[in-house]
Design a protein around this ligand. Sequence first.
Ligand SMILES: [Zn+2]
Length: 252
Amino acid sequence: MEYGDKELIHKHFRMGRGKYRLISIWSAPSKSVLEANPLGYNKMMAERPKCCNMVCDHCGTGIMHHFILEDEDKERFSVGSSCIEKLGQYDLVTAAQKMEKERQRKLRHERAEKKRAEQHAKYEAEIEEQRKKNGGLTDREVLLEERNQRELDNKKKYSELSAPIVALLEKASGNFCDSMADNLRKGSMPSGGAKRIVIEVMTKQYTGARKNSKAYNAALPEMEALFESVESEFKIIRESHFTYLNKSFGWH
Ligand SMILES: [Zn+2]
């Protein structure tokens, strides 16, 4: 081969004539492909470009990544990346670097895709396993079911515990009492001013007497005690539910 006035002597192989043009890169399938999929490996090897023979046409070293070059006679050769530089053609080096960068980018993309697909398959398998174990439900669905059941149970407890207060409020009737009764059945205790008024209503309804009458004042501590015992029972239920949610769902 002529390169300017200087003749390039190739160590092992003929490299054609004149200026080279970079065509493409062909990468041989790896050993892991051979081990995992021998048929696929053989197919890839059989379909390789004719000029790719696992050795660099410039130095004879074994190569995996073949930079395919075409000479002025349209004959093709393949060389390793380090021998591209030895051909003394600067534009070839730039083109090869660009092509190699693109190859690496594609490779990264393929690896990322493969990883995503594997993770997805793993997730699907886990879900399938859970459904088998839980009679058709995922672990998450079992948890939600349990939470739902607990909340229904709590609602029932709230309703039972608040029944004596609710009965007195319903006896009094009116918007305020109805709304307080509603809240109580759902587990919400009135507080502050509303608490004071509810106890007042309870005592009036319980005694049938006016506020500050003898009967009223006698029954007041009992009504306060009733209210506060329901209040503390509600608190226990609520706190135990929060503990459960925190443990099972990581709620804070
Ligand atoms: Zn070489």
